[in-house]
Design a protein around this ligand. Structure first.
Ligand code: C5P
Length: 238
């Protein structure tokens, strides 16, 4: 049996702007578990492809690129996660709408997804993993101990994205952000490989009218009431 199979996993899937990044990071801290931001892998690959001036519709070249990129996620002195591509910090560039869109374009290719799958599985390390993305509970960790699908209305998600961008000093226009969110939803939900969906067995949470703390607490309560049926305590602290 795979030695990682006993390490508990909590998957948090949902569309862009659902708050899954913030919520997943908080949950990882509260549980003392590792964290996988799978969107950052797709985004970083997008940046690497742009740097190498690759044609973003060339699935073969993009797939070859996966093995050639040196990606690292490290915490900085303030405890924030920072992404490095080939030794260079790319955090700011990673968070732009442009790169989010590039990521969702290259994420449609089955071979690209397959190559990134192996990288994602390596994040399953003791004492546990919180994995955030679009296909965490459906494809990457289908037998995860706990699954959550987090969403919010399109308008609410666009407003959150807009606020985040402005706070980071990145210029944005709300109408454009709403359009981007809608376009990205369409692409993520309608692609043939690993489309965004509510994974089987996932707890569905609409965060439109909830604070971050309320959602975090709701997920923690869910973990306590849905412990895996395998005789363990599911990796939770007592
Ligand atoms: O979550 P984030 O906005 O960073 O993801 C960027 C894009 O990467 C998504 O719109 C989606 O197309 C793609 N993605 C994916 N599967 C994941 C995570 C992200 O297809 N597990």
């Amino acid at each position: 049996m795979n030695e990682r199979a006993n390490i508990p996993v909590l998957t948090i899937d949902g569309p862009s702007g659902s708050g899954k990044g913030t919520i997943s990071k908080r949950l990882a801290e509260r549980l003392g578990w590792n964290y996988l931001e799978s969107g950052a892998l797709y985004r970083a690959l997008g940046i690497a492809a742009i740097n190498k001036k690759l044609d973003l519709s060339n699935a073969k070249k993009l797939t070859e690129l996966v093995d050639g990129v040196d990606l690292e996620f490290k915490r900085n002195q303030q405890g924030r996660w920072v992404t490095y591509l080939d030794g260079e910090e790319i955090q700011r560039q990673l968070q732009t709408e442009k790169i989010g869109n590039v990521a969702s374009k290259i994420a449609v290719f089955p071979d690209v997804r397959r190559s990134l799958l192996a990288k994602q599985l390596t994040f399953r390390q003791s004492p546990g993993l919180v994995a955030d993305g679009r296909d965490m509970g459906s494809v990457v960790f289908p037998s995860a101990d706990y699954k959550v699908y987090l969403t919010a209305s399109t308008e609410e998600r666009a407003k959150r994205r807009y606020k985040q961008l402005i706070e980071k000093g990145i210029s944005a226009n709300l109408r454009d952000v709403i359009q981007d969110v809608e376009k990205r939803d369409q692409r993520d939900k309608n692609r043939s490989t690993s489309p965004l969906m509510v994974p089987e067995g996932a707890v569905y949470i609409d965060s439109s009218c909830k604070t971050i703390d309320e959602v975090v607490q709701q997920v923690l309560d869910t973990l306590k009431t849905n412990r895996p049926n395998n005789g363990t305590n599911g990796g939770l602290r007592q």
